[in-house]
Design a protein. Structure first.
Ligand SMILES: Nc1ncnc2c1ncn2[C@@H]1O[C@H](COP(=O)(O)OP(=O)(O)OP(=O)(O)O)[C@@H](O)[C@H]1O
Ligand SMILES: Nc1ncnc2c1ncn2[C@@H]1O[C@H](COP(=O)(O)OP(=O)(O)O)[C@@H](O)[C@H]1O
Ligand code: SF4
Ligand code: SF4
Ligand SMILES: [Mg+2]
Ligand SMILES: [Mg+2]
Lengths: 330, 343
């Protein structure tokens, strides 16, 4: 399969008064047509900034300071804003956690969708409206021909998110970056949307980057998984493989922290301590202060290691002698 | 035998809330609802001493409202709440310090201008649990118990992370030596790794202090982990109640069953195609609940009778309660597949 998106050594920094925050640090990955890639990590690990970087949406004091983003073979890093804007929404689109941020409360859904369409394409009003209704139908809005005339506040949270997804789909983009799109929704609505997004990716060939802090959601959707910590990808691989047999101690800690896999009432195998501030990262491996496997050499930054289509960034990777996500627990 | 803590046929209605959306809608000429909203509808729950009852349900189903009524913070429209046989509310005011609360957003519940040590000491000193002279020592003791450095007592809330603030909120509640702790989404805004730390802390202290606890959460795996029994709410009513393990194993209400099926599971098989079974439709507005069984428009098991006749919450098995006409046959059909792992 062909790669629609190739990201190499991406770096995004924020120049703040307190110092430079490198929110995205040497991030690399490849996304194939129709593939759903999961991007997980705790809050502040750089997931959203990675997503914004891909769309050229990082605002000052932030900027991309290195690396490459190739979308369908075209290099995006360094392109002028006008050219990025021409691609945004058309070839690559983003969905946010809060659809309110995407939708204008004062305009009807129809008006907003028509504007989004006309930004990239000249169509007759009739054809444009037909297209809008078609995508609304696609994301499960009942009676779209009538509902398109409504205002955002007339929709529930789940329906608003569907409208935001519909707008992202208008131009059949090659890539959709979905940043925690179901985090604010109830589980019953989340299940509907996960179901629809997966069939969308399969039917339209649109590739997706699914950003979430929830391993369970990502694992039920994404074939491949990236785990971020303090701006770096610390592990990558096929989702099930990584979750069954993590290489990085942080990935393991995330899994064993989940009450879903523990025996009720028993202690969870927690990660001690808290996420470090970007302004006072330890000299070597950023996970070292919380890591049980840390040794003296961990004060040097581990390079990425690769084998069997997976990648990790740790001096003392786990499990090379056998799978063991939770020791004696299972 | 009277229960240690009893919520008896509690209902709570609210006058309609005018939101920004409503105001825009009204400007644009739309009709805006003016009926009152039944947030909690005739709920009865009992807790034995030392027991943790988990309360689950989707957004807006009335969990927090019920939690606030149970805590004596919000008066019910009707019904009573009693701890050890004594009413929690007297003349519309909370009449006991034996019930304490921990909420989702510890930042909102801590006074930003007060040193956190003072926040923890305030209640116990005011109620004579400890003298002003001994307050510092008492605070240090509680800080240590919740895993905070006692040297932090002189700092302000903004100097702490979310997880640390939740530890402070727990210390403040427990320093009052409560018999009943009401937790409303205490880990919902925390990262997974911090959530695990707080859940461990909660489990330890609960055991140590023999706490009775009402634990509200929308996260089923969290509730399964901490609670002995649980209650499931839908549109202001309890639709099912029973022992946690049993309820996960063989749900007796179609809503519980569908809810369990909706939760994404950790999938460990690379080739697995996860089969989602979403519940159809949306939660109806509590302003205009459907006739008969409130779940009927979305229920996979719906029959003609359900649209006419609202099912009462009844004992469908020993210590199992459900509000569905057909719970028995649902139990017979057997187990749900709710597991953390989906191998
Ligand atoms: N002060 C209030 N005034 C008007 N309506 C209210 C008020 N508080 C709650 N409600 C309404 O009562 C219903 C139940 O709300 P409640 O906060 O108890 O839900 P919840 O189950 O805790 O939801 P969540 O999971 O989102 O916290 C909702 O429809 C809500 O909008
Ligand atoms: N506009 C900004 N100015 C300064 N720092 C920022 C800005 N936006 C994000 N950051 C920092 O970048 C880091 C990564 O943030 P983010 O990508 O939003 O995390 P995540 O989405 O993983 O929760 C955080 O430390 C955050 O504070
Ligand atoms: S490099 Fe060292 S400190 Fe970092 S995760 Fe690996 S073992 Fe732990
Ligand atoms: S009473 Fe009928 S509609 Fe209601 S939950 Fe039971 S089967 Fe479904
Ligand atoms: Mg984010
Ligand atoms: Mg609530």
């Amino acid at each position: 399969m062909t790669a629609v998106l190739e990201v190499r050594d991406l770096r995004t920094e924020f120049n703040t008064r307190a110092g430079v925050i490198r929110a995205v640090d040497d991030v690399s990955f490849t996304l194939k047509r129709g593939e759903i890639l999961g991007l997980v990590g705790e809050s502040g690990s750089g997931k959203s900034v990675t997503g914004f970087s891909l769309l050229g949406l990082v605002d000052p004091p932030g900027r991309i300071t290195g690396g490459s983003i190739r979308l369908n073979g075209t290099e995006l890093v360094g392109l002028p804003q006008s050219e990025l804007r021409a691609r945004r929404g058309k070839e690559i689109a983003m969905i946010f956690q809060d659809p309110i941020a995407t939708l204008n409360p004062l305009l009807t859904i129809r008006k907003q969708m028509m504007m989004a369409l006309e930004a990239h394409q000249h169509m007759t009003t009739k054809a444009a409206e037909t297209r809008c209704i078609e995508v609304l139908q696609r994301v499960g809005i009942p009676d779209p021909a009538a509902r398109i005339k409504a205002y955002p506040h007339e929709f529930s949270g789940g329906m608003r998110q569907r409208v935001a997804i519909a707008i992202a789909l208008l131009h059949d983009p090659a890539v959709i970056v979905a940043d925690e799109p179901t985090t604010a929704l109830d589980v019953s609505i989340q299940a509907q949307i996960l179901h629809e997004m997966r069939s969308l990716a399969a039917e339209t060939g649109t590739a997706m980057i699914w950003i979430s802090h929830d391993l369970a959601t990502v694992s039920s959707l994404a074939k491949r998984l990236l785990v971020m910590y303090a701006g770096k990808v610390v592990e990558e691989g096929a989702t099930g493989t990584v979750l069954r047999d993590p290489r990085h101690p942080y990935t393991r800690g995330l899994i064993t922290s989940l009450p879903a896999i523990a025996k009720p009432g028993e202690d969870l195998l927690q990660i001690p301590g808290t996420t470090p501030s970007f302004l006072s990262l330890p000299p070597g491996c950023p996970f070292a202060p919380r890591c049980e496997s840390a040794e003296a050499s961990c004060d040097k930054m581990p390079e990425t290691a690769q084998s069997d289509e997976r990648m990790w960034r740790c001096h003392y990777p786990l499990g090379l002698s056998g799978p063991d996500p939770r020791g004696a627990q299972q | 035998m009277t229960a240690f803590f009893r919520i008896d046929r509690v209902s709570r209605a609210f006058a309609p809330e005018i939101t920004l959306g409503d105001r825009i809608a009204a400007k644009l000429g739309a009709r805006v609802e003016t009926r009152s909203l039944q947030a909690v509808n005739a709920v009865t729950l009992e807790l034995a001493k030392g027991e943790t009852l988990g309360l689950v349900g989707e957004s807006g189903c009335g969990k927090s409202t019920l939690g606030r009524v149970a805590a004596g913070i919000l008066p019910p429209s009707s019904g009573t709440v009693a701890l050890d046989g004594k009413p929690v509310l007297l003349n519309g005011r909370k009449a006991t310090t034996r019930i304490q609360t921990v909420f989702q957003d510890p930042f909102a519940s801590l006074d930003p201008r007060m040193k956190v040590g003072e926040t923890v000491a305030e209640g116990p000193v005011a109620h004579g649990l400890v003298s002003q002279a001994k307050a510092g020592e008492y605070v240090s003791e509680w800080f240590a118990r919740v895993g905070l450095d006692p040297a932090f007592a002189g700092r302000y809330p903004h100097q702490f992370s979310g997880g640390q603030r939740q530890r402070i909120a727990i210390a403040r509640a427990l320093a009052m030596k409560p018999d009943l702790l009401i937790c409303d989404e205490p880990v919902a805004s925390l990262d997974v790794s911090i959530q695990a730390q707080i859940l461990n802390l909660f489990l330890h202290l609960r055991r140590e202090l023999n706490l009775t606890c009402l634990f509200i959460s929308h996260d089923l795996s969290v509730v399964r982990h901490v609670s002995d029994r649980m209650a499931v709410m839908y549109l202001g009513r309890v639709v099912e109640q029973g022992e946690t393990a049993q309820l996960f194993e063989t749900p007796a209400h179609p809503y519980t069953r569908a809810l369990l099926a909706s939760v994404p599971k950790l999938t460990l098989d690379d080739e697995a195609i996860v089969h989602f079974e979403p519940i159809e439709g949306e939660i109806p507005s509590p302003l205009s609940p459907p006739p008969g069984c409130h779940f009927s428009p979305r229920c996979a098991f719906v029959q003609e009778r359900c649209r006419r006749e609202a099912p009462e919450l009844r004992e469908v098995q020993e210590r199992r309660f459900a509000a569905c006409h057909f719970s028995e046959s649902l139990i017979e059909q057997g187990s749900s597949d709710f597991k953390g792992f989906d191998r």
